[in-house]
Ligand binder design. Structure first.
Ligand code: ZN
Length: 650
């Protein structure tokens, strides 16, 4: 390790570019990136919070460089992480919401390090960063990506949607231990400080009055475990270790409980620590304002790697030696309010001033008003003109916006489990200035967030109460109406479900899923004509809704409109030709039309491949009866009854 300290300096690796070079590769350090979710800078000991213990973060600050003023361009997890992993702003990388794929033309940190021979692995603490569901594309370049189980055995949060920091760290330690020949690039994501705040002992006791801090202290202990492991193995000294928060937490400031809606410092100011190999520049604190988009360019610069063509950040290396002290302009973007039908926000932070573009724009003098409490915006203000021009200039450079309508059904289930609302549906986004200002909606968002967490924990009564509170503030809240409708649907209160969902489709007429749910509720209350209308509306908005096609077929059967039922099943089979559900529906239509001879071979084919399908045998019994083949009908009926009894006894 001593030799390494001598051989590594802030410049030497930069001369040994690896790409395509036949020359002997330089010795490259291990790179460890640790992102701590929802970590406000001012709740970390080495950032001035005297009331919390964060020895691991403090230790890294002592061994490395502490950036006092680092800002994320986004206050939500996936968007912010995409910026860290690509060095691009959200409107550039396009991951402006959960489940929006990271496009393959944006090379990621892991992809850029692989050509140098890095072994790469990612260990995530929340399912929202799982590349198989809500973070498609994030696994590019990783040899190993620690996915969540597809079929979790537990209904608890832990292991299903979230992993404790210590578990993330242990998975990482096992992998690192099994990949001893470097260099290695490992990304660890510690999700703990994200709400709900539920730290394990002893942190839940020590910090019982402020559980958010308890989660931070716990995450710090997990980080400490990892650092101790690296030290014990002799891998710490020579490694490049970077720790950064993905965003902060509102904690009630500006009435925002959590994060995502606003662009104030409470959710955009994050800790950033860089420990260089050999502890170069140890203990340095950098006052200048920098950005999390600067991290990737810094790493590539230090390793002497080729920079990707497009980058919104720049290397931080000049700050390490004190060669540079100038601040960098920090842009902020959030499209998260669009999810609720509210205006997206843009911000620019420069020269001690922050401008936020919103339906009611905001300007803050951060020197005299660091908490951003006194809006001094005036449309004629020269500062406003300048900052607005910068935002306009930035907007011109950005590629066209990625589609928001990409969240699949499975993905939205998982979002719900994490307290998110799911997609806005296929509504086209109106002019942002015509949408409500998120400042007028934040109380509603706090309640919605709480209600979703309650719904996920199956605290149905609590969820119902919270959603109703939202409706007291805003009787037309589409999110609350849809969620209440789905909640009553699941609770089998079909009339209540139909009432809420009926109001939801009026207030959000472009939402195909809400219209489908409404149709489902009406069908279950026996209102078939109403169900037909709702399902037709749903399919007009999204003709590819398979479940809506099948349900509409069933409704037509109930209305004795056999031709229309058959049309819908055929359309469903075009969408999913292998679907047994659709094949059974077709057989059902044939039986209803008394086309028994056609139904029999189709049903036999299903029973051959699925000998335990009760419905197939029940329909087969009907078809044989219709053909007068009593013995076969009896046999099929017996089989159906046996299967039914077996299913019941389970
Ligand atoms: Zn996050």
């Amino acid at each position: 390790m001593k030799a390494l300290r001598v051989s590594f300096s802030l410049c030497c690796l930069a001369t040994a570019a690896w790409a395509g070079s036949a020359a002997k590769k330089p010795h490259l350090p291990d790179v460890f990136l640790v992102t701590i979710d929802t970590l406000r800078a001012d709740h970390v000991h080495c950032y001035g919070d005297a009331d919390i213990r964060t020895p691991a973060l403090d230790g890294l600050a002592g061994d490395g460089i502490r950036f006092e003023q680092a800002f994320t361009p986004s206050p939500i997890t996936n968007t912010s992480h995409a910026s860290i992993l690509t060095g691009l702003l959200p409107s550039d990388h396009g991951v402006t919401d959960f489940a929006v794929p990271l496009a393959s033309d944006h090379p990621t940190w892991a992809e850029l390090l692989k050509p140098a021979g890095y072994h790469t692995a990612a260990f995530i603490g929340a399912v929202i960063l799982d590349s198989k569901t809500l973070a498609p594309g994030f696994d590019r370049g990783f040899d190993f990506y620690d996915h969540f189980p597809e079929h979790p055995k537990t209904k608890e949060r832990w292991g299903r949607v979230e992993r404790r920091g210590m578990e993330v760290v242990q998975h990482a330690e096992i992998w690192v231990g099994n990949h001893r020949s470097g260099p290695r690039f490992v990304w660890l994501h510690l999700y703990d400080p994200h709400d709900p705040y539920d730290p394990p002992e002893p942190f839940s006791s020590i910090y019982k009055e402020r559980l958010y801090d308890g989660e931070i202290a716990y995450a710090d202990s997990a980080l400490g475990h990892f650092v101790a492991y690296l030290k014990k193995q002799g891998w710490y000294e020579g490694a490049l270790v970077i720790v950064v928060g993905d965003h902060g937490e509102g904690l009630g400031e500006h009435n925002e409980d959590t994060h995502g809606i606003f662009l104030y410092d409470s959710t955009t100011h994050v800790p950033l620590l860089v420990k260089l190999p050999g502890q170069e520049a140890k203990g340095r604190a950098v006052e200048a304002q920098v950005r999390t988009t600067d991290i990737l360019p810094t790493v590539l610069d230090l390793l002497g790697a080729k920079l990707p063509e497009r980058l919104d950040g720049e290397s931080l290396r000049p700050y390490f030696s004190g060669a540079e002290s100038a601040e960098r302009t920090a842009f902020g973007e959030t499209d998260y309010p669009l999810r609720f039908g509210w205006a997206p926000l843009r911000s620019v932070r420069e020269s001690g001033v922050k401008f936020i573009e919103a339906p009611r724009p905001e300007l803050y003098d951060l020197h005299s008003d660091p908490k951003e409490l006194h809006n001094t915006y005036g449309p004629g203000d020269a500062e406003v003109h300048k900052l607005r021009a910068m935002l306009a200039e930035l907007g011109k450079k950005m590629p066209a916006r990625a589609s928001r309508d990409t969240v699949g059904q499975g993905a939205s289930e998982e979002l719900r489990a994490l307290g998110d609302m799911g997609p806005v549906g296929s509504t086209s986004v109106p002019e942002p200035s015509l949408l409500p200002d998120p400042k007028d909606k934040i109380e509603e968002q706090n309640l919605l967030h709480k209600a979703m967490l309650a719904a996920d924990d199956e605290r149905t009564d609590a969820a119902r109460d919270e959603f109703k509170k939202v409706l007291e503030i805003d009787p037309k809240s589409p999110t609350a109406l849809v969620q209440l409708g789905q909640l009553e649907l699941a609770a089998k209160n079909y009339a209540d479900a139909a009432e809420y969902l009926g109001r939801a489709v009026v207030s959000r007429p472009g939402d195909a899923t809400a219209a489908f749910d409404y149709g489902q509720a009406l069908q279950l209350t026996g209102n078939l004509a109403g169900a037909r209308e709702a399902l037709q509306a749903s399919l007009k908005l999204n003709p590819n809704l398979f479940s809506a096609r099948l349900l509409l077929a069933r409704v037509y059967l109930g209305l004795k409109d056999m031709t229309a039922a058959e049309d819908q099943v055929e359309a469903a089979l075009l969408l999913q030709p292998a679907s047994v559900e659709a094949q059974l529906s077709m057989a059902e239509v044939l039986v209803a039309e008394r086309r028994f001879a056609e139904a029999v071979p189709q049903l036999l084919a299903i029973t051959h491949s699925l000998p335990s399908n009760t419905e197939a045998y029940a329909l087969l019994a009907q078809a044989y009866t219709g053909l007068g083949r009593q013995a076969e009908a009896k046999a099929a009926d017996n089989r159906a009854k046996t299967l039914q009894a077996r299913a019941k006894s389970r």
